[in-house]
Unconditional design. Structure first.
Length: 114
């Protein structure tokens, strides 16, 4: 099983656990294959993460950034997260987003400066 952010969800993925709303109402049952409509509705329902069958697709969103800039971004973000736990799904996703944005910003700055 893999816990993923809904922005990584794709049609065809199979749910490992029920998807429920903030009140605990069942939205999509475990074992159901996601459709395009499900993927579009998840954020509107306020769902942030889902559990899918199989491993989480970590490489789904590959960054097209120079590995050196990615390493610089990871180092910068590591300093910010030095005192944060690394096992909570929210912090894992937050750190991933921060690295991605920092790497993209570094790449943008490199393109602008001669």
């Amino acid at each position: 099983m893999g816990l993923i952010a809904v922005d990584r969800a794709a049609a065809g993925m199979v749910l490992h656990a029920n998807v429920v709303d903030l009140r605990g109402r069942l939205l999509i049952p475990a074992g159901k294959e996601l459709s395009d409509k499900h993927v579009a509705a998840l954020p509107m329902w306020g769902v942030t993460h889902i559990e899918i069958e199989g491993p989480a697709p970590e490489a789904v969103r590959e960054l097209s950034v120079d590995p050196e800039m990615l390493a610089m971004a990871e180092s910068e973000v590591a300093k910010r997260f030095a005192n944060a736990g690394t096992d909570h799904p929210f912090l894992i996703e937050l750190r991933r987003i921060c690295v991605e944005r920092s790497a993209n910003e570094l790449a943008r700055r490199a393109q602008v400066s001669p």
